[in-house]
Design a protein around this ligand. Structure first.
Ligand code: NIG
Ligand code: FE
Length: 431
């Protein structure tokens, strides 16, 4: 055994064999090969004083320290977790990470009493970010997105779903998806690309939603599918943005091209979005702040995963959080995500989301952690590769400076990740 190395050495360490030792709690999330529901969400399969063996970027073995130490070869490099907790990297299943500028000006207006809807109706909101993003070069968008990538990593996130949606023309949507492709090629954080051409009706199509939906269906989607630029298609389904009939047409077109489907559903208006997600057997229905019993039952019957975004509720100053307890009682495989974007949710912090989930939606810390690891991984079609620390999976793990996993939501406003490993490589060190 080589002498123990610090928790993380900066840069890419392509180590053939890695042993992670001295974990006060190794929070594995091991279990059946499907998303967790009901009481299962409270079982994190924690190994006290646990250890983990990694070879060529994949997990070889997980167990009590003494057991793993017996398996070590002299070639193994040791990562000493220092008596801290180790978790799978967080999987953030709903983000909008490529955009130009900020909307700090609108944040100030909202602090003075304006509402998100009023600002959007006056041409601000998503459309103001679209104007700026169109004028920004691919290189500058990439620079901004790489800065935000550090924020995700510092929060302990190792995979993000990344939506386009601030271009809203063929050229500008391609530009954003090319940025996402480059971010993925960089290594480090993993990206799962989603095409969100139907995020809003752009300025030049105001009053002509049908014509814009035609553009999305007949020009954008075929080109994006042909270039393999997205795995999923998403639509902002709201009566005054893309009403359910338009959303259905766009998402059916995406499915016929082989894309999976996720939806912004019932953020402000009740039920139709959830019902459409169920009808289409979407992978996820996201937001669901306004969803009632009919919508929830439909999601359950169609096996659609809810993605809850409490940071956007909080940041918009609302108190209408989605009914997470009801969803868990119904047996829905709940996911939590940041919704990182420049308007409704400018945070990349999963620990912040975990705090809101416990304080505002009464999810237990364990339920929250299941929702941002194994359940989020399944919602992205990656439950077999990431989301838990089990033999055969990719070695995406994080050492958090905590003694107990419940401290993650308890000490709020702090990102305690100390070392972040992706595929066995060290991605970031926070001292
Ligand atoms: O998920 N509601 C639509 N999309 C985003 C907000 C995007 C923005 O405000 O720029 C959301 O909340
Ligand atoms: Fe969103």
């Amino acid at each position: 055994m080589k002498p123990s190395v610090p928790p993380c050495s900066l840069g890419s360490l392509k180590m053939a064999e890695l042993a992670v030792l001295n974990c006060r709690q190794l929070v594995t999330l091991a279990g059946s090969r499907r998303p967790r529901t009901g009481r299962e969400m409270r079982d994190l399969a924690i190994v006290p004083d646990g250890a983990m063996l990694i070879r060529d970027g994949r997990i070889l073995d997980v167990g009590p320290r003494a057991e793993i130490e017996r398996l070590l070869t002299p070639a193994a490099q040791v990562v000493d977790a220092g008596g801290r907790i180790v978790l799978p990297g967080f999987v953030d299943a709903h983000t909008h990470p490529v955009f130009a500028g900020t909307r700090a000006d609108e944040f100030e207006l909202r602090a003075e009493g304006a509402t998100y809807a009023e600002i959007a109706a006056q041409g601000g909101g998503i459309r103001s970010t679209v104007r700026r993003t169109r004028q920004t070069t691919e290189a500058d968008l990439l620079t901004a997105a790489r800065r935000y990538r550090q924020w995700f990593l510092r929060g302990g996130t190792t995979t993000v779903e990344a939506k386009s949606g601030y271009g809203l023309s063929l050229e500008a949507e391609l530009k954003i998806l090319h940025v996402i492709r480059q971010l993925a090629a960089d290594g480090g954080l993993r990206y799962v690309p989603t095409f969100l051409g139907a995020h809003e009706v752009p300025d030049e199509y105001q009053g002509r939603t049908d014509a814009y939906a035609d553009l999305v269906i007949h020009e954008m989607l075929p080109r994006i599918a042909a270039e393999g630029l997205a795995e999923y298609c998403d639509v902002f389904c709201e009566p005054n943005v893309f009403p359910v009939d338009k959303a259905r047409l766009i998402l059916r077109a995406a499915q016929s091209l082989g894309l999976g489907v996720r939806l912004h559903a019932d953020q402000f208006s009740p039920d139709v979005g959830a019902l459409l997600a169920a009808e289409l057997h979407a992978a996820t229905a996201d937001h669901l702040e306004a969803t009632g019993p009919a919508g929830l039952s439909a999601l359950k019957a169609a096996n659609v995963q809810p993605v809850l975004l409490p940071a956007s509720v909080y940041n918009l100053g609302s108190t209408r959080y989605p009914d997470a307890r009801r969803m868990i009682e119904l047996g829905l495989a709940v996911v939590l995500a940041t919704d990182f974007n420049p308007g409704s949710s400018p945070t990349a912090s999963i620990p912040m989301v975990l705090s809101l989930a416990s304080t505002q939606m009464k999810m237990t810390p364990a339920e929250g952690i299941a929702a941002v690891t194994i359940n989020a991984a399944y919602s992205l079609g990656r439950g077999g590769q990431i989301g838990s620390l089990e033999p055969g999976k990719l070695a995406d793990f994080v050492i958090h400076d905590c003694e107990d996993y419940r401290e993650l939501p308890y000490f709020f406003g702090r990102d305690p990740a100390r070392a972040v490993y992706i595929g066995g490589n060290c991605a970031i060190l926070n001292i």
